[in-house]
Design a binder for this molecule. Structure first.
Ligand SMILES: [Zn+2]
Length: 343
C-alpha cells in the first residue's frame, strides 16, 4: 500500500512530499516508486488537486505544473491545493504512455488496488488517499506519442443536478475554445479513468488535452495550458479572479460518444493526414490516405469521415497497424452550445 510521506493535510504552508509505493525487485529488495506531491495550504477554503503525467509521454501539463510548484506560495491561495506533475512516475521517467514496469495504462485501472502492481497501486492512492481530501480536480493530458490534440477540455455528465452544472461551469471556466461532454454511461472507459474516480469521490472535476506528438511542440499550447490552470484556480475560489484576463466563454461542446467519433485503420501501411487538427469537416470528407507497405502499384486507400464536426485529434505516427486510431471527430452538440454561449 502507498504511504503519503512528508505531507500533513492539517498544516498551513507549502510542503513537498511524495507517495511511496513498495516495489521490490532483484536489484532493490525494499525499493519504492516515488510520486512527488506538493501541498499548499492557507487556512480553510476550497480543496483542489492538479495532476499531469498520468501518461508519461504527455509533457505540457507536466511542465506547467512543475512551474506552478515553483511559483505558487501559501499566501497566493485561500484553501488547499495538491499538485502532482508526474502521477505515473515510472511512465514519465521513460516518456511512455504505459508503465514500463507492468505495461498498464494508469487511466484504465481506476479505482485501482492498494495491493496491486505499481500502476494499480498508484490509482488506488490517488483515488482513496488524495481525492478523498478534495472538492475539485483538474487532470491535464495531451495526445502523447501517437496523437496530436486540439486544445480541448473534457468533463462528464451524470444526468443529476446540481453537480452536472458545476462540472459544465468548470469546463467553460477554463476558457478553452472546445469542450467534450462525456455521459457517465459511456463505454469509453470512464469508470476506470481518473475522471471516473472524481465522480466516485464527488469531486467536481475536469480534464483537458493540450497538443501532443510525444514532444513539447508549441509555446502557445503550453501558455494555453498554464492559463487554463490559473482559470481553474480562480474559478474554484483558490485565487482571486481579478488577476486574470477576461475569459472568452464561447466554449463549443462536442459529442465524442458517437460510434464514428473515433476513426480506426482497417489495414496496415503509412497514414498521411489530409486535414489539420481543429478543422471542421463533414460526412464524406477525406481525413487522409493509407499507402500499402508492399504494393507500390496500389493507389493509397482513402480514409473517409462520417460525422459533421471538428477534427479534435489526429495520429502523428504514420506507420499504422489494423485498429490504430487515426482521428477523433467531435460532433457539435447544439443544446450544449447554447449553454456554452449563455454562461
Ligand atoms: Zn493522456
Amino acid at each position: 500500500m502507498a504511504a503519503l510521506i512528508g505531507i500533513d493535510f492539517s498544516l498551513d504552508g507549502k510542503q513537498c512530499g511524495h507517495l511511496a509505493i513498495p516495489h521490490s525487485t532483484n536489484v532493490s529488495a525494499y525499493g519504492k516508486i516515488i510520486v512527488p506531491v506538493v501541498y499548499i495550504r492557507n487556512g480553510e477554503g476550497p480543496r483542489a488537486l492538479l495532476s499531469a503525467g498520468v501518461h508519461g509521454d504527455e509533457f505540457e501539463g507536466q511542465i506547467a505544473l512543475r512551474k506552478l510548484c515553483l511559483d505558487l506560495a501559501r499566501d497566493d491561495i485561500s484553501g488547499s491545493l495538491l499538485i502532482l506533475p508526474m502521477v505515473n512516475a515510472p511512465a514519465v521517467i521513460s516518456s511512455s504512455r504505459v508503465s514500463p514496469i507492468d505495461q498498464l495504462n494508469l487511466n484504465r485501472v481506476f479505482p485501482g488496488d492498494p495491493l496491486g502492481s505499481p500502476t494499480v497501486a498508484i490509482a488506488s492512492a490517488i483515488e482513496n488517499q488524495l481525492l478523498e481530501h478534495c472538492s475539485f480536480a483538474y487532470d491535464i493530458h495531451s495526445g502523447g506519442s501517437s496523437l496530436l490534440y486540439e486544445t480541448v477540455a473534457l468533463t462528464t455528465s451524470t444526468g443529476s443536478e446540481p453537480d452536472d452544472k458545476k462540472r459544465l461551469d468548470l469546463l467553460h471556466a477554463l476558457g478553452l475554445e472546445a469542450g467534450m461532454l462525456l455521459p457517465a454511461e459511456s463505454n469509453m472507459g470512464l469508470e476506470s479513468s481518473l475522471d471516473g474516480a472524481m465522480l466516485r469521490k464527488n469531486v467536481i472535476g475536469v480534464s483537458a488535452e493540450f497538443g501532443g506528438g510525444g514532444a513539447l511542440l508549441s509555446e502557445t499550447i503550453l501558455q494555453a495550458c498554464e492559463l487554463s490552470i490559473r482559470r481553474f484556480l480562480a474559478h474554484v475560489g483558490l485565487t482571486p479572479e481579478s488577476q486574470l484576463p477576461p475569459a472568452d466563454r464561447r466554449c463549443h461542446i462536442y459529442d465524442v460518444d458517437e460510434p464514428d467519433a473515433f476513426v480506426f485503420s482497417t489495414c496496415t501501411g503509412l497514414f498521411k493526414a489530409d486535414v489539420a487538427v481543429g478543422a471542421m469537416i463533414g460526412p464524406g470528407d477525406l481525413i487522409g490516405h493509407i499507402f500499402d507497405f508492399y504494393d507500390l502499384t496500389a493507389p493509397p486507400k482513402p480514409v473517409i469521415n462520417k460525422l459533421p464536426g471538428k477534427v479534435l485529434a489526429l495520429r502523428t505516427r504514420p506507420c499504422i497497424e489494423v485498429g490504430d486510431c487515426l482521428a477523433q471527430v467531435g460532433k457539435l452538440c447544439g443544446a450544449h452550445e447554447e449553454v456554452a454561449h449563455a454562461s
